[in-house]
Design a protein around this ligand. Sequence first.
Ligand code: HEC
Ligand code: HEC
Ligand code: HEC
Ligand code: HEC
Length: 402
Amino acid sequence: MIRAFRFRSLVLPLAALAVLAGCERPPIESVQTGYRGTGMQQLYNQRLLATQTSLNAAPAPAEAASADGPKAKDVYQNVKVLGELSVGEFARNMVSITQWVAPKEGCTYCHNAANFADDSKYTKVVARRMLQMTQHVNADWKSHVGATGVTCYTCHRGNPVPNQVWFAPADKRSTGALLGDLEGQNQPSPTVAYSSLPYDPLSQYLQDAKPIRVNGNQALAMTGDAANRNSTKQAEFTYGLMMHMSQSLGVNCTYCHNTQSFQSWDVSPPTRATAWYGIRMARDLNNDYLTPLTGTFPANRLGPKGDVAKVGCGTCHQGAFKPLYGAEMAKHHRELQGPLPVTVAAAGAAGAASTASAAPASDAGASGAAGAPAAGSTSAAPAAAAPAAGATDDNKVVGATN
Ligand code: HEC
Ligand code: HEC
Ligand code: HEC
Ligand code: HEC
């Protein structure tokens, strides 16, 4: 008797705990962001927000260095990206990237201590490309990163491998063979916030340029070319991506959508257009910078299918609506704003300098949306809501002129 009673007295509180575990302890604050009745509001938990804020504080910039004096390219042997910096600025950059990427490991995380010009460590080869990637984001993707921009710290936060990266997941076996192809559903995955949605929407949308918009252009069943893409099945992949985006930014759907019409750009808040560019930017970084580095990384850095770690929304945002809540770290580093202009009056100088403002030529290539133009409303760019007018071509980086 006593035993049974004891058992029950333990089970009840445990059961209550299990039920309540899904709830958040108050106070919850609700902030209205649109018309009443449209559900346009964001919910914030004060306690979680406090933790989030402290995790997303930007470190102070290193003391400024003079741009005068001899240039790095004239003093060092093997500089290919930062040669136009003064030796002082160059040293400041090395100190900063060490602080941002490998503070525990120090200079030798990338360098052979006996010869700093040596490129034998893969980390140095990757870091050189990362310098170019960061310049590219700040110069050519202003449509997304605005004046805030990015530095190595935006993604790395003091770690060699950023906290939030993604790989193509290993193929999972169907759990119940009776029900046929699960299309990757009911396989809990952090990518889609553990929802029962297809577990790999990112390969389709943040690497391949599969159409994301699934809303039909006519009532009832779709016909023709769009039929298969504008389906309930495809909508689940789209929702998977939307879960990734919401979770990465720490927001809910109405941060970018008006529940009156999820597909209409006219009623969507401007944040949706920023997100549209973000999707194209992530694709561009994955296809033009990370994937080509696959062979440079050692096997232990690759995913279950042998692919390199890739960038998602969370790689920069890490739970904040703007990375580091909009701290403008990049402005303290002219070498990260874009390819450095060549200042000596040499023959090739003008050409090199002009690349800073050119649109990324490669964007129309692998990362472009294959077959998107002329496919009707489902693949059209957010013309109305776009920050720069005329974003009608899926392949163009309109914001490069912003
Ligand atoms: C995250 C990787 C990384 C870390 C950490 C790092 N460096 Fe570098 N370092 C590089 C890269 C990449 C280059 C080449 C830059 C280029 O090509 O423009 C370089 C080049 C150099 C060079 C020029 C060598 C030559 O003769 O070509 C010196 C000197 C240097 N680093 C010093 C340092 C010092 C000192 C530290 C520590 C405070 C440091 N680096 C930390 C990546 C790193
Ligand atoms: C947009 C996000 C992003 C930015 C910005 C960024 N990186 Fe990276 N970095 C990555 C990703 C993703 C990887 C791949 C992770 C891995 O190593 O497996 C990576 C890997 C690296 C590695 C290899 C680390 C290792 O141990 O394998 C180095 C070194 C590095 N980055 C340096 C830099 C430097 C220096 C900068 C700034 C000039 C920079 N990164 C900016 C996303 C970024
Ligand atoms: C950070 C902004 C953002 C958030 C948060 C967001 N979305 Fe989206 N959503 C977009 C963008 C941008 C597109 C269009 C993508 C494209 O065309 O490339 C889109 C497209 C869609 C579509 C397809 C509409 C069509 O025309 O077929 C649906 C449905 C959708 N989102 C639902 C959701 C749901 C549900 C959530 C919450 C779980 C959500 N979204 C959260 C930005 C967002
Ligand atoms: C390379 C880093 C990086 C990546 C990757 C990235 N973002 Fe951003 N994002 C930024 C920066 C920086 C800002 C701040 C821009 C500003 O201040 O104008 C920003 C701003 C935004 C905003 C506007 C927020 C506001 O309140 O104005 C949205 C929405 C957004 N990002 C969505 C996304 C989505 C969705 C993805 C993934 C598809 C993504 N971002 C990937 C760096 C990034």
